[in-house]
Design a protein around this ligand. Structure first.
Ligand SMILES: *Cc1c(COP(=O)(O)O)cnc(C)c1O
Length: 436
């Protein structure tokens, strides 16, 4: 396993970064703690590839955690950003770029009549929950185990080990009283969800769910899950927030919950809609959205919300995403899935399961299918770490954590298959070797 020696410039940068930045990073998963070794510092990205500060190239299967769906530095987006930058960086006033991106979103998303832009997915979900609480006059939130909805206090909650409805903080510094308002149900289990709702009748304001789970590795909803939970929530007088920060505009143009049978009152977006710049959005029926200030009593604001450069990047990205783009993403991801399956079999990996929905996928080192967080945790972390490092050393950049989604972009394609195959051969051999 490479431990920095092969990347001296990166290793130096990391040593220096650690003196100033906490753990040398600004987001913990970037630190490689889940796979061991030093993080790789990147200096440039073009198309499907990243170049690190040592000059090594990687086929990028992280794509900024799904944000760069067109690949790195796509020409139309760079051009739109350059034009916006030349006009000015931020004005703190309304700009036409905001409704121009908003119109694109409303046109593409049947459940969205109004939009409010923020600067991150975290803020989007936090605000959606606040609106739902105001709309219902209730306070409890239901989320699903393994679901990630940003790092706001109330959503850093996990199921306790005792009683089924006991919730505990998933981070130090989060008050038990705050996560006490959050209930956690197992993903893909409508009956457990109904039971939780029944137990807390008249208290539940909102259920927040990823229509395709992407933050415990990729876990698709089983048939009936999204329709069942939507119906049960509505019967109980609760709102449904579909957290489409990953899936929005990634799996199709617009949101994906409708095609999976979900029925959303509010939707959260991020990642793809910012085209690589910091953007999040809350959208939904005007009836709920108009509860936000200045129309309604729910306070929410942002100095850089709807930033003109970010809006330009978002609009240019959505304009570049055509039906052909989505067909191409599907084709590329399907061919990558085949290559990985072939190489896993060749290496004699027995417990292997690749789960994929469109251009998002995860290699689990366990028998599949994985349907929930407990299942995802059965993936062999040590095997993943060896797989990850061998892939990295052979020029493929995977998520530095076993329970994350990989992404391909429209810049990824058939010509990258040989690189993937070579790396995968080494990766699965490394995963298979060693003790675990
Ligand atoms: C990434 C993500 C978030 C948080 O978005 P940030 O921009 O990182 O704050 C929220 N929900 C889901 C489903 C995500 O994948």
């Amino acid at each position: 396993m490479t431990r920095g020696t092969a990347r001296p410039v990166s290793a130096r940068a990391f040593r220096r970064a650690r003196r100033t930045l906490v753990g040398g990073v600004d987001s913990p998963v970037r630190s490689f703690r889940a796979v061991g070794g030093d993080p790789v510092f990147m200096r440039a990205g073009r198309g499907a590839y990243l170049t690190d500060v040592d000059g090594r190239r990687y086929l990028d299967l992280v794509h900024s955690w799904g944000a760069t769906i067109l690949g790195h530095a796509p020409r139309p987006v760079v051009r739109a950003v350059e034009a916006a930058v030349k006009r000015g960086l931020t004005y703190g006033t309304p700009t036409v770029g905001e409704h121009e991106l908003g119109e694109r979103i409303v046109r593409a998303c049947p459940s969205i009549e109004r939009v409010r832009f923020v600067s991150s997915g975290t803020e989007a979900v936090m605000t959606a929950v606040r609106v739902a609480r105001a709309a219902t006059g209730r306070s409890k939130v239901i989320k699903f185990e393994g679901g990630y909805h940003g790092h706001s206090d109330g959503l850093l909650a996990k199921a306790g080990s005792g009683a089924a409805t006991h919730t505990v903080p998933d981070s130090a510094g989060v008050p038990a009283a705050i996560v006490g308002e959050t209930l956690v149900a197992p993903y893909n289990d409508v009956e457990a969800f109904r039971a939780l709702l029944d137990e807390h009748a008249d208290e539940v304001a909102v259920v927040v769910v990823e229509p395709v789970a992407g933050n415990m590795g990729v876990v698709p909803p089983v048939p009936g899950f999204l329709p069942g939970l939507s119906q049960a929530a509505h019967e109980a007088g609760a709102l449904v927030v579909m957290d489409e920060v990953i899936t929005g505009f990634r799996l199709r143009r617009g949101t994906s919950h409708e095609t999976l049978g979900g029925n959303a009152d509010l939707v959260t977006l991020g990642k793809v809609i910012g085209g690589g710049l910091p953007v999040g959005a809350i959208g939904g029926r005007a009836r709920w959205m108009d509860l936000l200030a200045p129309e309604g009593p729910v306070y929410q604001a942002g100095t850089l919300a709807g930033n003109p450069v970010a809006m330009a990047a978002g609009a240019a990205t959505l304009d570049a995403l055509t039906p052909t783009s989505y067909r191409q993403l599907e084709r590329t991801a399907a061919s990558f899935e085949r290559v990985l399956a072939e190489e896993a079999e060749r290496a004699g990996i027995e417990r292997y399961c690749l789960q994929r929905v469109g251009s998002m996928s995860t290699v689990f080192f366990c028998a599949g299918p994985v349907v929930d967080f407990a299942g995802a945790q059965r993936s062999d972390r040590k095997r993943y770490a060896r797989f990850f490092h061998a892939m990295l050393d052979h020029g493929v950049y995977l998520p530095p954590s076993p329970l994350e989604s990989s992404f391909v972009s429209t810049a990824t394609g058939p010509r990258d298959v040989p690189t993937l195959r070579r790396a995968a051969r080494a990766g699965f051999a490394a995963a298979q070797g060693g003790s675990s």
